[in-house]
Design a protein around this ligand. Structure first.
Ligand code: HDE
Length: 713
């Protein structure tokens, strides 16, 4: 039996041993790699600090013999690996996070005493996690779903978590219905299908039986459920909250986030394709934007309702299935949030971050919204099983920047080594510390708003929560023509996947017909169902009848900052046209990627070799906002016989994107049987470029969609 140890693996040139070596190596690597591990230049060791000589072979009885249980190095490594997963979130399992800051525009102390809203000099650190709701951790980013928009403000007075969504309302009115709703929308229990979507029987069964969901479901069937990027989503606190000022005056508020990049969406076919071609589309976009310095930004604002105006609306402001139209109560801007740093470690930060709507600070308080009240219990409770115990507030990503001292000690995963003998209050051993702080004006302790309530203890839904259709109708009627068409198509698509016809019919006759008869008729037609002639409920007249603030047509940024343009090129391309476009895009804050038939460089007409950013197959048109084809006779000739290039352009056309064909690329119009339109521009002079940029700023060429489908524009 040979006892010879197999040859060690080649020593990495990075594995320096003396201190000078290590310092050198570290310096060299830090300059190359931002996400370099802290272990750079360090010896490989066990968790007990023992240096490891061989990380390739288990300890065995001879080179071909059985392994020995004695091998503590192998056992430690495998044991750790066996426990490397924690339960994923029950909902919002798939998410992505980023660090940044919040800064108030002014001193808003008339409204609230919360310090982060009263000091415009202060930059409050934040961590944001965006998520989908239905799918598991590995599901696609671009599925039709609500997006979570959860912000943790690390304020000097403690953590404030604003755990919102990208839609301003919710499916249900009372927390006790949440498990029912989630069971219905999740993949069906017998076969765990579908992943990431709501187009299945149990979801539509539940929502068609639960009319209070009508408003949120129409949002979920709208373009809002397929956002173009996380950077182009609005965020909403959904519930009414209270802001309390130093005098103790309370105002009801609704929280809003408005993206500086404008609000816009994918088109459905594109969203479906992206779910396969780039499962990580949204998280990649956010990551890359932050890495290249295009820091995403949102304006934070509130709709303010004075305490005495609580009952002035024709809906109840405590009902989370209702929004307050901005035409009735405009948004008051309070500050801005900028995301400027990617996490170092997905698990430690994005996965372990634990939000809870109950994390608030003095100056903010809850309303009696029965959905919010239930959430106050649920989030901490769920973290206890997800993060394995009660000390998750000690994880670095959850730790407040404000100090925390109290008598809570011990339990699983405690990392603080508490000192002293008195872990109770009051005490006289430790001078009575830590002590309460009276709820004085500015930096006092938290005190709940002393709302007076005089009522019976009952299980009952308020009559003021009973109108389920007026705001769904307001939403539908506030949409532009193409947005309405998308909603009709989405209901038709989803209900078309429902196997039980009685569920389809119930949704059409008992829900859609009460929202808008034309919507119901169109969907019924697409499903082959009899068209309803009237709703089951009398239509209530509410104000306003239209809310332009709800249509994404009115929410574009008006510029092309951070937009991405694909440039298609082959050998013989006009290099000057590429440089001119890149320069113009850069000046407008947009980006370009040069794509070739393969990943090999292309040679320009004047003989220069240009490196490409990728191949047309590798970076498909769905990953871009617009496409530019430069001239160059040979290049255009090559592209016009290349199926991938032709498909590229047709797909961008189908997805209503801006396309510019410069110089000889004009010939592609004939090859593709397309006609120029407001977004399909021929030429590369200043005028054509202006038209191209204007079309990108419009986000999509909606008139083209109507034409393609024969829908009146
Ligand atoms: Fe959540 N929700 N939720 N939710 N929710 C969770 O908490 C819950 C609701 C929202 O990125 C869970 O830590 C109940 C409304 C977001 O980590 C859980 C009810 C809104 C996130 C939970 C609601 C949200 C969650 C699962 C009805 C928008 C992800 C894991 C009473 C205003 C946060 C976790 C993150 C996560 C419960 C309704 C938003 C189970 C009981 C309404 C953005 O605790």
């Amino acid at each position: 039996m040979s006892t010879k140890k197999p040859a060690p693996p080649p020593k990495s040139e990075l594995a320096g041993t003396d201190t000078a070596d290590r310092a050198n190596t570290n310096a060299k690597l830090q300059s190359l790699e931002r996400f370099r591990s802290d272990a750079t230049g360090q010896a490989l060791r066990t968790n007990q600090g023992v240096k490891i000589a061989d990380n390739q072979n288990t300890l065995k009885v001879g080179a071909r013999g059985p392994s020995l249980l004695e091998d503590f190095i192998m056992r430690e490594k495998i044991t750790h690996f066996d426990h490397e997963r924690i339960p994923e979130r029950i909902v919002h399992a798939r998410g992505t996070g980023a660090h940044g800051y919040f800064q108030s525009y002014a001193d808003h102390s008339a409204l609230t005493k919360a310090g982060f809203l009263t000091d415009p000099q202060k930059k409050t650190p934040v961590f944001v996690r965006f998520s989908t709701v239905q799918g598991p951790r590995g599901s696609g980013d671009t599925v039709r779903d609500v997006r979570g928009f959860a912000v943790k403000f690390f304020t000097d007075e403690g953590n404030f978590d604003l755990v919102g969504n990208n839609m301003p309302v919710f499916f249900i009115q009372d927390a006790i219905k949440f498990p029912d709703f989630v069971h219905a929308v999740k993949p069906e229990p017998h076969n765990e299908i579908p992943t990431g979507g709501s187009a299945h029987d149990t979801f539509w069964d539940f929502v068609s039986l639960q009319p209070e969901s009508a408003h949120m479901v129409i949002w979920a069937m709208s373009d809002r459920a397929i956002p173009k990027s996380l950077r182009t989503m609005q965020g909403f606190g959904v519930h009414s909250f209270r802001l309390i000022n130093a005098e103790g005056r309370s105002s009801f508020v609704k929280f809003h986030w408005r993206p500086a990049a404008g609000t816009c969406s994918l088109v459905w076919d594109e969203a479906q394709k992206l779910a396969g071609k780039d499962t990580d589309y949204h998280r990649r976009d956010l990551w890359e934007a932050i890495e290249c310095g295009d820091y995403p930004e949102w304006e934070f604002g509130v709709q303010i309702i004075a305490e005495e105006d609580e009952h002035t609306f024709d809906f109840d402001i405590l009902d989370p299935t209702k929004l307050i139209p901005e035409e009735l109560v405009p948004i008051t801007p309070l500050g801005k949030m900028v995301l400027n740093r990617n996490p170092d470690n997905f698990f430690a930060e994005t996965e372990q971050v634990a939000f809870c709507p109950g994390h608030i600070v003095p100056g903010i308080d809850f309303s009696n919204d029965p959905l919010l009240q239930g959430r106050l219990f649920s989030y901490t409770d769920t973290q206890i099983s997800r993060l394995g115990g009660p000390n998750f507030h000690e994880l670095p990503i959850n730790r407040p920047v404000a100090p925390f001292h109290n008598g809570q000690r011990d339990a699983m995963h405690r990392t603080t080594i508490d000192k002293g003998r008195a872990s109770y209050e009051p005490n006289s051993i430790d001078g009575g510390w830590p002590k309460e702080t009276p709820a004085a004006a500015r930096d006092g302790g938290f005190e709940s708003y002393p709302e007076r309530i005089d009522a019976h203890k009952i299980r009952q839904r308020s009559e003021s929560f009973s109108d389920h259709f007026s705001q769904a109708r307001l939403f539908f009627r506030s949409m532009s023509k193409h947005e309405q068409e998308h909603i009709i198509a989405a209901y038709s698509f989803e209900l078309g996947k429902v196997e039980r016809e009685f569920i389809r019919a119930r949704q059409v006759n008992e829900i859609l017909a009460n929202i808008d008869l034309e919507l119901a008729r169109r969907v019924a037609h697409n499903l082959g169902l009899p068209a309803p002639t009237q709703g089951t409920q009398v239509e209530r007249k509410t104000k306003p009848e239209r809310s332009p603030a709800l249509s994404q047509v009115n929410l574009l940024s008006g510029d092309i900052k951070t937009r991405k343009v694909a440039i298609l090129a082959a050998n013989g391309v006009d290099g000057a046209a590429i440089s001119a476009l890149k320069k113009a895009l850069e000046a407008a804050g947009a980006h370009a990627k040069l794509l070739g038939p393969t990943s090999a460089p292309v040679t320009t007409a004047d003989g220069k070799v240009l490196a490409v950013d990728g191949s047309m197959e590798g970076l498909p048109s769905v990953a871009f906002d617009a496409v530019f084809v430069p001239g160059g006779a040979k290049s255009v000739q090559a592209l016009s016989t290349d199926g991938v290039a032709l498909h590229y352009l047709l797909e961008a056309y189908k997805h209503l994107k801006a396309i510019a064909l410069a110089g000889e690329a004009k010939q592609l119009l004939q090859v593709l049987h397309l006609e120029a339109d407001a977004g399909l521009i021929v030429g590369a002079d200043a005028k054509a470029l202006k038209a191209f940029f204007a079309a990108i700023a419009q986000h999509r060429v909606w008139a083209r969609e109507a034409k393609a489908k024969g829908i009146p524009a």
